[in-house]
Design a protein around this ligand. Sequence first.
Ligand code: ATP
Length: 333
Amino acid sequence: MRRIKIAVVEGDGIGREVIPAAITVLDTLPLDIEKVPVEIGYGKWKRTGKAMTDDDFDIFESCDCIFFGAITTPPDPDYKSVLVQIRQRFDLYANIRPIKSLACTGMGREIDFVIVRENTEGMYSGIEQVLPDAVHSTRVITRRGSERIAEYACSLAFEKDELLTIVHKANILKSCWLFRDVCIDIAERRGIRWEDMLVDAAAHRLVLDPGRFDVIVTTNLFGDILSDMSAALIGGLGLCASANIGDNYALFEPVHGSAPDIAGRGLANPVAAIMSLAMMLRWCGRVRESDAVQDAVYDTFARCVTTPDIGGGCSTAEVATAITEAVERKLAA
Ligand code: ATP
């Protein structure tokens, strides 16, 4: 099997804890993997005045994908988000955020859905006009952008014959007409069960009855907000993984940021990073290892080995060690 080359960006804050924790899990897997550390973020900006350079991009281009921690935003008015730059450069148009309840979180309800968020346009098009007394932010929705995210979401729904929920605000925004209509056309053509829902109604239903959702497809800003809200339904940001996927490249990262309030104290929950690792392994075609990592996380939660955000008393490293040992048991079985 071909060697996999991964760019590893710890970044700032708890990124420096959760990514090394996930790497200890990766290192127990019998895989031929080359890890290339790349320093970008606030720490680099303080040292050099730049959060990321062209050389960093050259390294990314030489790798199969990126495993990413979190970046603290530098206090610089000209700073452009490194994540947004990477998403644009590699055209990572699909942001995939699975929301699945785990044992021992005290959240009670059975939840298992995925948010498929368009990642390159919408309110985050970057087209903004700053006038003296007003600022105009342009919301761009294109047919091509809507088609490819709809195709991606339909493929996920097709895999398990699941319901596709198309979330939009077409009663107010004309840009959402196009998004909604394209999604409906593609779902119809591919024989996917679908419904459409206004984003405000979707937020309400997600809180009241999250178990009814399977695959949600939506535009950039709506997906951003709904996924953080959904994280709260299962126990918090420390549990939520994500993938940014393009046609030929991908970046995997926990949904949470650098959380400077808890950084450096061994309190960070490494599960979001470890589940992102599992998504990366699946994307790289290492399905058995991906399943082993995911199942090891479920087992560890079933034994209530958790960090303080979930009510447990374990450190970042202790949770990672428990998951690593569970992976070893699974692969040996
Ligand atoms: P940033 O500015 O980098 O986005 P932030 O602190 O504003 O960072 P997040 O890092 O997303 O935002 O987190 C919000 C809060 O959630 C944190 O302050 C922290 O208390 C909690 N949190 C986030 N991630 C984790 C984690 N992995 N484990 C435990 N708590 C977390």
